[in-house]
Design a protein around this ligand. Structure first.
Ligand code: HEM
Length: 422
């Protein structure tokens, strides 16, 4: 497996960034947390399409004739995510499934458990150790090499956005020359919110692209994730080609977009609180807490969804079978019955499990990877960019978005230093 990556086509990157941003609705909502808190205080479960509270129309894909509910309290969110029999993931089939195919995200038990056991082999902690040195660290170092001598950078465009996509491409063992078009399809896939036709076309192109690589790996397996998926076996059963394509397409939005957002947000939290950044620079044993606090404070994905399979009750609210139940991870992570001053970013607060990676059977499969990627990136930045700070000339740097959140840009200054080994 090689971490050598080609220089990106600059136009590709610019388009990619604009599309990512547009698709995520950045700029529409600056800070949803006061409204989340207001709704949560009214009741642990809000009845009705909550987009209205933000002056936004409810996406059609999130409508249900039966009803729409949003779980907001930590307890209600946990309850929904633990009870997959009552709150099914199959509601993703007509929406996300249209793009990805029948992926793990929309499966219920027992199908989900069987499939997950097969794939999990490829995402364990042991595999992470190998990926950290073989893939993640070299990619981070190469990206930083490009701006380390400049004394200034825009960290979203130059690091946090390209980095996780390059990691996934390298994990899949894609030829470095394919990276620009892989990146473009990845972006087009998630841009479905703004252009359905383009999203579906990208989904088909990715399928064709992966089909060629999968047949090569079946014939001659290598040390990469596609080969692991091609060979994964449980009780004599293997994954079908379509199952593999669905998983590979899911990896792009699930693994690249979320990590770009969470690492940008963590950087934003630290850069806007220089005393916490200094403390972390001086004591790297704080890294784990800083990463978890970033995820708690600003989960990159504020909400996921489930479908009620039977009449039930949640936080005292009756929910009819067939209702869409939105699960607001953002509100749950700011539940003030669990965290003091939840809207504050504080890497020194008492560590308690949060819900950014969800909970229960569908808990994020890539969480070890996401944490490792963030740690490697943060350590490299702290080691190589002394005096790292927000550019004081930059105007109004802030986090934005409702369903997906991140800062749009992170313009920074630092003491220009030599390249690695210089
Ligand atoms: C900070 C980064 C990340 C966050 C916040 C995050 C968050 C989540 C959440 C909330 C879910 C549950 C979705 C649902 O049940 O509706 C999920 C599932 C998933 N994530 Fe992540 N994720 C991150 C990074 C990654 C990475 C790096 C990968 C892989 C490369 C990944 C792969 C997956 C997969 C495959 C699932 C489906 C698991 C299942 O259905 O059993 N994620 N993630």
């Amino acid at each position: 497996m090689s971490a050598d990556q080609p220089q990106h086509d600059a136009a590709d990157e610019r388009d990619a960034f604009a599309d990512f941003d547009r698709a995520a609705g950045a700029g529409l909502v600056r800070n949803p947390y006061p409204i989340f808190a207001e709704m949560r205080r009214e009741c642990g479960v809000f009845k009705g399409p909550f987009g209205e509270r933000f002056g936004l129309p409810q996406p059609e894909s999130m409508m249900s004739e039966v009803g729409y509910y949003t779980a907001l309290s930590f307890e209600a969110v946990q309850q929904v995510l633990l009870d997959g029999d009552t709150f099914s993931s199959s509601g993703y089939a007509p929406t996300v499934g249209m793009l990805m195919g029948h992926s793990i995200l929309e499966m219920d038990e027992p199908e989900h458990g069987r499939y997950r056991a097969l794939i999990q082999q490829a995402f364990g902690l042991k595999v992470m150790e190998h990926w950290e040195t073989a893939i993640v660290a070299p990619i981070v170092e190469q990206l930083i090499d490009r701006f380390v001598e400049r004394g200034r950078a825009e960290l979203v465009r130059e690091l946090t956005l390209p980095f996780p996509i390059q990691v996934i491409a390298a994990m899949l063992g894609l030829p470095p020359a394919d990276l620009p078009r892989f990146h473009r399809w990845a972006v087009e896939l998630i841009s479905i919110i703004v252009d359905i036709g383009r999203g579906i076309e990208a989904s088909q192109k990715l399928r064709e692209y992966f089909a060629g690589i999968l047949s090569e790996r079946r014939a001659a397996p290598r040390d990469d994730l596609i080969s692991v998926l091609a060979l994964a076996e449980l009780d004599g059963q293997r994954l079908t080609d379509e199952e593999i394509f669905a998983f590979l397409r899911l990896l792009l939005p699930a693994g690249a977009e979320t990590t770009y957002r969470s690492s940008s947000t963590l950087l934003f939290g630290l850069l806007t609180r220089p005393e916490q950044l200094d403390a972390l620079r001086a004591d790297r044993s704080l890294m784990k807490r800083a990463i978890e606090e970033g995820l708690r404070w600003e989960p990159p994905l504020t909400g996921i969804a489930r479908l009620a399979m039977r009449d039930t009750e949640l936080a005292g609210v009756r929910i009819p079978a067939g209702a869409v139940v939105s699960v607001c991870l953002g509100a749950a992570n700011h539940d003030d019955t669990r965290w003091d001053c939840p809207d504050e970013f504080d890497i020194f607060r008492e560590a308690k499990p949060h819900l950014a990676f969800a909970y229960g059977a569908h808990t994020c499969l890539g969480m070890h990877l996401a944490r490792m990627e963030t740690r490697v990136m943060m350590n490299a930045l702290l080691d190589r960019l002394p005096g790292l700070r927000l550019d004081p000339a930059a105007e109004d740097v802030h986090i934005t978005g409702l369903g997906f959140r991140a800062p749009r840009a992170l313009p920074v200054l630092f003491e220009a230093s030599g390249r690695r080994g210089a």
